[in-house]
Design a binder for this molecule. Structure first.
Ligand SMILES: Nc1ncnc2c1ncn2[C@@H]1O[C@H](COP(=O)(O)OP(=O)(O)OP(=O)(O)O)[C@@H](O)[C@H]1O
Length: 255
């Protein structure tokens, strides 16, 4: 399996705290990799470095062999990398459809100069944005609420809207920060199904998650972080039987 994302010896220090300490792993083409670890282990810090939200103290991240480290967040989407956030980032006052259309901007030709004029390119872009958004909403079964104000939806549906916006431009790699947090069982299953279906279409995923049952069901490979260090990596079966992992989780949720 070819490597899509390479995390190489990445470290982050905040003053005297080493939040992530020399972590390396990769995500292959069409692979689903989960990062797990006890509270405060460094998962969010690691995720934020990979998604260019913060820069590492040392180490680097490569995407298709090119350095991702040092790029800005808006540079990621045109490369084919999309992300969602632990705390929902949707526009409450816009409709579901409009929220998704916002995510299509990298596919459009309209810019701040052309948008003010009703040029043909603007109309064409609006049509394209609508079609892309509508298609993805059908894919995740949200087309029945597309004209609802996003702020009126349940938390679970809002999370699915954010997921739909992330995948609207057919990314190659999707970074998900706790995609199942706050979802009930039915919503968690639905989200898992969406992820697995997209994997079937060749999309790769890297996600941080606390819900172990979901991680075990969805991930091909799991990277376990404890006190900033990678303590284990392997298939769900390997990880469930790994002594270091079991010890790290003692007193927490049982793996
Ligand atoms: N901006 C920061 N400044 C100082 N310390 C930080 C900062 N961000 C994180 N840390 C510290 O780094 C360590 C790892 O935190 P991080 O949030 O990455 O862990 P986590 O595994 O995501 O935790 P959780 O599962 O609770 O979300 C913690 O000790 C945390 O206090």
């Amino acid at each position: 399996m070819d490597s899509l994302l390479e995390v190489q010896h990445i470290t982050k220090q905040f003053g005297g705290v080493t939040a992530v300490n020399d972590v390396s792993f990769h995500v292959g083409e069409g692979e689903i990799v989960a990062v797990i670890g006890p509270n405060g282990a460094g998962k969010t810090t690691l995720f934020n470095m990979i998604s260019s939200f913060i820069s590492p103290t040392s180490g680097q991240v490569l995407y298709r062999g090119n350095r991702l480290t040092g790029k800005k967040i808006p540079d990621l989407l045109p490369l084919g990398i999309a992300r969602t956030f632990q705390n929902l980032q949707i526009f409450d006052n816009l409709t579901v459809l409009e929220n998704i259309m916002v995510g299509t901007h990298v596919k459009l030709k309209t810019n701040v100069y052309t948008a003010g004029f009703r040029l043909p390119v603007v109309k064409k872009d609006e049509k394209l944005a609508f079609e892309l958004a509508h298609d993805v909403l059908k894919k995740v079964n949200l087309d029945n609420v597309m004209y609802e104000r996003a702020g009126n939806l349940s938390y679970g549906l809002q999370k699915q809207v954010e997921f739909a916006r992330a995948i609207v431009c057919n990314p190659s790699l999707v970074l998900l920060d706790e995609p199942m947090a706050g979802l009930n069982d039915a919503e968690t299953n639905r989200m898992s199904d969406h992820i697995l279906r997209l994997k079937g279409e060749g999309v790769s995923f890297l996600f941080v998650e606390h819900k172990m049952a979901t991680v075990m069901k969805v991930a091909d490979r799991i990277v376990v972080i404890d006190f900033g260090k990678k303590i284990a990596e392997g298939t769900p079966d390997d990880i469930q039987q790994n002594d270091k992992v079991i010890r790290a989780y003692l007193g927490e949720e049982v793996v």
